[in-house]
Design a protein around this ligand. Structure first.
Ligand code: GUN
Length: 291
């Protein structure tokens, strides 16, 4: 069984990006600059955005963290977005999701300049991605593709079952894996909360990508021997014995499924670090496009 070590591959990617940044410094070219907008004090969002900013520092990017109050009005947030769109010093920025309930997420994502949308959430980028045009690909599916590719896992002609149809992971990864590019040419089935025969589907899958958010949903009796499993789940499960009062659980019952799998991602240390690395990659691409 191969452990798909996202932490290691993400570090390799960061080293590669750092080298490119050092070369840019030598060539007196612009240093990539990423900004992150964080609204409110959600614990998980604070952790993720903190990692994104720290990673920028590690590889020599400039970074700006913009923290806004939980009760900020939609109008003021939109003004902030327009300012970021106008700011030539910024190559890309993200607005961390989820947003407070009183803010219309769709309106906010539509206001982001697609050329700075390094999350790849704007419909212009999503549409271009679906049409195999140059686009910012959302970081999590982009990271899954890179991880599969760097481990040399064959996807062509394989049956890939994606569990989940979110705009951030399930939907884009299902599109990418059926396309002709890297880690592509798979036959993809998308399963979701209304799917009736999920076990029947997963038992027939060569590759399973689970982005459901239900801890340990995928059990050993649901997979065939030799399956490749990508676990995108990162749910905080309360645990009084744990130092932080919770443990992070994936969608996959790792101990039992790993005994049947030919390759599997751990949680943590699988897809999570790849997501951050690919956000950095998108920011570098945004900067390079302006050269
Ligand atoms: N919330 C969970 N994942 C993401 C992500 O990739 N980008 C943003 N902006 N918010 C998220």
């Amino acid at each position: 069984m191969i452990l798909l070590d996202g932490k290691k591959i993400a570090n390799d990617l960061k080293v590669e990006i750092k080298r490119v940044v050092e070369q840019r410094v030598e060539d007196e070219k612009k240093i990539p600059h990423l900004a992150a907008v964080l609204i409110g004090n959600d614990g998980a969002s604070l952790t993720y955005v903190g990692s994104k900013v720290r990673s920028c520092d590690q590889i020599g990017f400039k970074s700006t963290l913009i923290r806004l109050e939980e009760n900020i009005s939609e109008k003021i947030l939109l003004q902030k977005i327009y300012e970021l769109n106008q700011d030539d010093s910024l190559d890309g920025y993200i607005v961390q999701l989820p947003l407070p309930k009183h803010i219309d997420e769709e309106k906010i994502l539509l206001a982001i300049d697609p050329n700075k949308d390094v999350d790849g959430f704007h419909p212009a980028n999503f549409g271009k991605m679906a049409l195999e045009m140059e686009a910012f690909i959302p970081a999590t599916p982009f990271g899954i593709i890179e991880l599969i590719d760097r481990y040399g896992i064959e996807t062509s002609g394989k049956h890939c079952v994606v569990i989940g149809r979110s705009h951030i992971v399930g939907r884009p990864i299902s599109i990418l894996m059926s396309q002709k590019g890297k880690a592509g040419n798979a036959t993809v089935t998308v399963a979701h909360s209304r799917t009736k025969n999920i076990k029947e589907l997963t038992l027939n899958a060569d590759i399973i990508i689970s982005a459901l958010g239900i801890p340990e949903f995928l059990r050993a009796d649901m997979v065939k021997k030799g399956v490749v499993v990508i676990d995108v789940g990162i749910t905080r499960v309360p645990d009084k014995g744990a130092p932080k009062g919770y443990v992070i659980k994936g969608d996959v019952a790792f101990d039992e499924v790993s005994k049947k799998a030919s390759a599997i991602t751990p949680v943590p240390g699988g897809v999570g670090p790849m997501t951050i690395a690919m956000l950095l990659k998108n920011t570098l691409l945004a900067c390079q496009r302006k050269d």
